[in-house]
Design a protein around this ligand. Structure first.
Ligand code: ATP
Ligand code: MG
Length: 562
């Protein structure tokens, strides 16, 4: 591949189906939904689903509902609900008035289960889970009928009412749909639709001791909300016949169609909410919004933009193939955007002092610096130049190799937007061998970075005037995992063994004055160092804190041979 995929969404099988359904008049308007379970924060995989669910609805002038899929109460919380709303909004999508909770349909779902029982399509079963595994059998052989399968309707109705009333212990009875014990699809072998479970629900409180299963609840919710296209990930493909069976058996007028696409997997990360929760709970990261997390909240705090995430999802596309996407593609989408939009500034991450011997002490000169060479409208700013400066420690070598074009004894280099300087000497800490001070002279005729005599220097380095430098905490993030596929572990080995224990480094940087004044959440390109964002929680003018979003080097472009 020599150029990236176009940003404009190409067609795909989901869009083709929708286009056909609108053309044939099957639907006048499309309705989709995004149904997260509020048991964790949303991650980049959910962003893909959100872009597909909300994005296609938007594109076709329809609507997309946001529904909390909260049929499984034990791990769900209101904090997660709020984070989900915030993240979907931040990504740029709007559910209008269509915000729903599965739990609000529980009463209707009980009615649906009663309807199935009355029509001889469901029964109360008394097999334990272990017994049921045995009865259900294996795909190549028919299962055995539950002894409860032909229980009279009236008896099932009575038992179901008593299940709800709390007369039986957890797990003793359940309601099963009566479908086909010989089906090669195990999901059709009389699946459970209601179970007894005494659990507090964050929304419904302690009202219920019976809860519907996801397979039963989902088609009902979709049908009630008149969803036209129920887009979900491939693991639900084998559940589709069951989904259709419920819609048919319950006689809903709306006939939502389930369509599956492949999940997003990204290298160097894990995506399951259970595993992400483990990282938070065990303190491997500092919360769900830790900038190293693949959560939307983490990506936001790290400095990713909604546009870059949406563009990434477009490039990933909608397919039926499971595979891994290189995390470098996500970073590439961000760089591409920030290169155009982020103002430039100078910050020295590992400072060493430079003394300009022929520049008067106490004097400050203001030089012009361009804010964004990619955006003339961004204008320019004045930055101070003084006798004492900071440069990066690794922009100086005591013994420079031949091809080293930065600063070294006797060598001349250009200070970006400043002057040419020539190194005349340096001082070392005798104990550590570290350079403590570099001495230089400057050529006053080279202001702005060009010599009137036409002499050239090969190296240009960034710098900050010590007189005005703002000490800044810069958080440098590396990948959270050391390996491309952290979940590929030998039996008995935990995925956390693949954590990169060195994924956060803190630099005590010196920064030019203006970025310190920027409000939290402002992004900059620190010249030669990458893209940075003023931390949304810890940054202030008096104590600036920046997160590195990505370095400048684009490994995606390199790997794609662009
Ligand atoms: P997890 O395994 O992380 O807990 P989940 O599928 O149980 O994920 P849900 O909250 O139920 O999480 O997901 C809501 C929607 O997002 C579902 O329709 C699901 O298919 C979709 N989704 C979840 N993970 C991904 C992913 N990695 N790629 C694309 N879509 C995803
Ligand atoms: Mg789920």
């Amino acid at each position: 591949m020599s150029t990236p995929e176009p940003i404009a969404a190409p067609s795909d099988f989901v869009r083709d189906i929708i286009t056909a359904d609108l053309a044939s008049g099957k639907h006048a308007r499309i309705v989709t939904r995004f149904p997260p379970e509020p048991n964790g924060y949303l991650h980049i995989g959910h962003a893909k689903a959100i872009c597909i669910d909300f994005g296609t609805a938007q594109e076709f002038g329809g609507e997309c509902h946001l529904r909390m899929d909260d049929t499984n109460p034990s791990k769900e919380t209101m904090e997660y609900v709020e984070s989900i709303k915030q993240d979907v909004r931040w990504l740029g999508f709007d559910w209008g008035e269509h915000f729903y909770f599965s739990a609000d349909y529980f009463e209707t779902m009980v009615e649906c289960a009663r309807t199935l029982i009355k029509n001889g399509k469901a029964y109360v079963c008394e097999l334990t889970l272990d017994q049921w595994k045995d009865y259900r059998g294996i795909p190549t052989q028919p299962g055995k009928d539950s002894p409860s399968r032909n229980r009279p309707v009236a008896e099932s109705l009575d038992l179901f009412a008593r299940m709800r009333a709390g007369e039986f212990p957890d797990g003793t009875l359940c309601v099963r749909a009566k479908i086909d014990m010989a089906s090669p699809n195990l999901h059709l072998r009389d699946p459970v639709i209601y179970r007894i479970m005494r659990a507090h629900h964050y929304r419904a409180g302690d009202k219920w001791c019976i809860y519907p299963t996801y397979d039963f609840a989902h088609p009902i919710e979709d049908a009630l909300e008149k969803i036209t296209h129920s887009l979900c990930t491939l693991e639900f493909e084998v559940h589709r016949p069951l989904y259709d069976w419920f819609i048919e058996a319950l006689g809903f007028e709306a006939k939502p169609r389930q369509i599956e696409f492949s999940r997003l997997n990204v290298t160097y990360t894990v995506m399951s909410k259970r595993k992400l929760l483990e990282l938070v709970r065990d303190g491997h990261v500092k919360g769900w919004d830790d900038p190293r997390m693949p959560t939307i909240a983490g990506l936001r705090r790290r400095g990713f933009t909604p546009e870059s995430i949406r563009n990434f999802c477009k490039r990933v596309g909608v397919t039926k193939f499971d595979g891994f996407t290189d995390i470098a593609l996500l970073e590439h989408c961000l760089r591409e955007e920030l290169n155009k939009t982020a103002p430039r500034a100078m910050a020295v991450l590992d400072p060493v002092k430079v003394i300009i011997e022929n520049f008067p002490a106490g004097q400050v000169e203001w030089v012009d610096a361009i804010n964004n060479p990619e955006d003339p409208a961004a204008g320019s700013r004045s930055i101070p130049f003084s006798r004492e400066l900071y440069i990066e420690r690794d922009d100086f070598r005591e013994d420079a190799p031949k091809k080293y074009f930065r600063l070294a004894p006797g060598k001349e280099v250009r200070l970006r937007y400043g002057y040419f300087i020539t190194c005349t000497g340096f001082t070392k800490d005798p104990a550590t061998g570290d350079i403590t001070e570099i001495r230089c002279t400057y050529d006053p005729a080279t202001r702005g970075g060009n010599a009137p005599d036409g002499r050239k220097v090969k190296g240009t380095i960034h710098w900050v005037a010590a007189s005005h430098a703002v000490p800044t905490e810069i958080r440098l993030y590396d990948r959270l995992f050391k390996v491309e596929h952290p979940e590929d572990v030998a039996e008995g080995v935990d995925f956390k063994a693949n954590l990169n224990t060195d994924s956060l480094k803190v630099a005590r940087a010196m920064m030019e004055p203006s970025p310190a004044k920027a409000p939290p959440g402002t992004r900059f390109q620190f010249e030669r160092k990458g893209y940075f964002i003023a931390d949304s929680q810890d940054h202030s003018e008096s104590a600036p804190v920046f997160n590195q979003i990505v370095p400048l080097k684009d490994s995606w472009v390199k790997s794609e041979g662009m």
